[in-house]
Design a protein around this ligand. Sequence first.
Ligand code: S3P
Length: 465
Amino acid sequence: MLKAVEIIVPSDKSISHRAVMLASISKGATRIKNLLMAEDIKRTIEAFQAMGVKIKIGKIGTATIFKHGKNGRCPYFIVHGVGMRGLKKPSRPLYLGNSGTTMRVLPGILAGQDFEVVLTGDKSLSARPMKRIVEPLVKMGAAINGQRSRQQEIYPPLKIRGGRLKAIQYKSTIASAQVKSCILLAGLYADGVTCVSEPEKSRDHTERMLKMFGCRLKAKGSRISLKGPVELKSPGAIGIPGDISSAAFFIVAGCILLDTKITIRNVGLNPSRTGILDILKKMGADIRLRESPASATYGVGWVSELMGDIMIKPSKLRGVTISSKEVVRAIDEIPVIMVAACFAKGKTVIKGIEELRVKETDRIKSMVTNLRKIGADIGLKAEDERLKGRASGPEPEREHIVINGGMPLHSAKVSSFGDHRTAMSMLIAGLGIKGNVRVTGLDCINKSFPGFERLLHRLSLAGSS
Ligand code: S3P
């Protein structure tokens, strides 16, 4: 008989950032139910507070279904929006800690303000490339200075002087929700139609939430446009679903633990984020979904996202090839998918992995180093991506990861590399081998998943009794 464990994971980080941002610049007060209470969101909240927005934790609502004020969910939060141009010049630089989403999306809003502001971050954030957002914003009319490298990349701190913006048609070379969101938010302040297209459709939380705040958008494939200027109006209330990127660790745990079935309640199931489910199902995972109308949890009109419960049973996984297109829908879950591949029978190949190099750490380096330490057979190969009939010379080779699963794994001491998803992925690997995988530098987990170790402990107890 399988032991049944039911868990709730913290609220969605991407949606929480957007809820605070849009509520701050809209007209009226917005109640946010189950806002993620983790380091990155605190940085976004502090940034808006420093620009004069009143943001408060309210009393716990009587209708709260989740009794978890802890575990990364704040039951009741109120943002008093100041309107599109109501932000005030902050008295000091805004420190954004480790939050890449704040550093890349907030400039879209700041580009439309009539003041100068400096954005700074910690060591890891200061090493993350920003040219991808600086370039389009400068084209729209903002003045932005960052630290330029010899290769002409741009890094934080960013000094942004906003002003009058003009609409642009922008073709992004990377599939990135942060880039897309930044440009769309700047487009709210610009005269005319701003349009962004990307090679693959990235997560669309900004588009969904903008609609809730009264903005009309047009979407055609991976091309989105809006006509500015736009005045956002508060929808009154927003409910945030559980984060599928946090659920991912326990979805993989459910596959590789032999004696436990796990149910994860009320997780966001936005199709632009469910790549992990499709990839694991392709690997043979026993995963079932019970979709629940968001209105059952939050009330009508509170959420613009699909939600549901995810049920996972022990599964015999097999190796598969994961395409670049699939990676876009599971970009943050690749580290834990690499763990799943180590427990699968046969070879797994993961393509289109370049963006993993510029996350909170170089996640290819951190995961390959760590997984090798516990005995995994994992390598990096370059892939000849020459397209037939196109360029005459050789095109740059693209890397892919190759994992030969099923090797005996063992205890080892590994490092988080300061990256929350590397840390949690390695702890899940440890759970699977019932060995002692010691991960140093676990503080970074608070970036997205406070309470992770407590939940993990519950699972290992369930597994051992
Ligand atoms: C995010 C988008 C993704 C993701 C990040 C959060 C967002 O980054 O990796 O954790 O909230 O928009 P990219 O836009 O760089 O793909």
